[in-house]
Design a binder for this molecule. Structure first.
Ligand code: SF4
Length: 313
């Protein structure tokens, strides 16, 4: 189903997270009002997924949310709505309110469940508060919940991220849950930039970030999460606003390459490895990055692992 996104950057966020500047990330300074949403959707000729991204949709006053959701209800029959919001603005009353509209996906921007990381990032809540809100969303029979996690945050490491995934997998159980992974970038004008410039924060490099996210992908897929995205969408505004951090247009692909290499080594430590031909670029792209990681993980030479990969249709 075609997605029609509307960006409401940092709309009604309860706090300002130290790394965030969504206007730079999305390149959208302007926030469309309900009237513009309605007009855009009236032009759709088939069902669409209307997405409200950025900010904290359900932190808005209920009458404002209602205006946006009623505008979204102007889309053709069988359309659906996706909302991204702040975990603290999810409660039984909000879920009940959303059930009056065709809201199918509710994504919570939780970043981390680690109290130390949350505090250092000024997220304004604890891990257990986030767990409570995700559990509420996961308990709804009408919604598919989603979580947005970050990597490379101050005070965070790979084991913290993997523990987050373990907790989320427990909440998920056999149900559906969607996942986005965003490696943290240092953006101009943020508090994180000050920490970076003062030497108090050093972001992981591109390779380390790709491996970190790749390890998470591997675990997430094993636990049955639906992976929606890894890495931010590249925009001109993002390119201009990044001061430091793992900024790479194909970071998500590098992470998926690493996840594939991990899965192959798990399958057979020293090969041979059947790999669908359609995944070829994951190993050979970006200067054989996936092959090189496979070689490193299996303790073999790159040429050797290339011979041990058997392409399948
Ligand atoms: S990270 Fe999310 S909650 Fe924090 S300021 Fe940005 S949009 Fe708001």
């Amino acid at each position: 189903m075609r997605r029609i996104p509307f960006f409401l950057p940092m709309k009604n966020c309860p706090d300002r997270c130290i790394y965030c500047d969504q206007r730079t990330i999305t390149g959208h300074e302007y926030q469309p009002g309900p009237g513009e949403v309605k007009r855009a959707l009236q032009e759709a000729s088939e069902p669409v997924e209307t997405c409200f991204f950025g900010g904290s949709f359900t932190c808005q006053p209920l009458d404002r949310q209602e205006e946006y959701l009623e505008a979204a209800a102007q889309a053709p029959a069988c359309s659906r709505i996706r909302i991204s919001t702040h975990p603290l603005c999810v409660d039984p009353g909000i879920l009940d309110f959303l059930s009056r509209f065709p809201v199918r996906f509710l994504e919570l921007g939780i970043s981390s469940l680690d109290d130390k990381v949350l505090e250092m990032c000024n997220r304004g809540y604890t891990g257990s508060a986030a767990v409570e809100r995700i559990s509420l969303a996961a308990g709804s029979t009408r919604l598919v919940p989603g979580v947005q996690l970050m990597t490379g945050l101050p005070g965070q490491d790979l084991s913290s991220s993997l523990e987050d995934l373990r907790v989320l997998a427990e909440i998920k159980g056999d149900r559906a849950m969607q996942l986005r992974i965003y490696p943290c970038l240092v953006l101009r004008g943020t508090q994180l930039e000050e920490l970076f410039l003062s030497g108090s924060y050093t972001p992981p490099g591109i390779d380390e970030s790709a491996r970190w996210a790749g390890r998470m992908i591997r675990e997430a897929l094993r636990s049955g999460f639906e992976l929606l995205r890894v890495g931010l969408q590249e925009t001109a505004s993002l390119g201009e606003g990044v001061v430091a951090g793992p900024h790479h247009p194909a970071l998500g692909e590098l992470a998926r390459s690493y996840a594939l290499a991990l899965s192959l080594v798990d399958l057979a430590g020293s090969g041979p490895w059947p790999v669908p031909f359609s995944s070829r670029s994951l190993l050979s792209g970006h200067g054989d990055w996936g092959f090189r990681e496979l070689a490193s993980l299996s303790g073999m030479a790159v040429d050797e692992v290339k011979h041990l990969v058997k392409w399948t249709r």
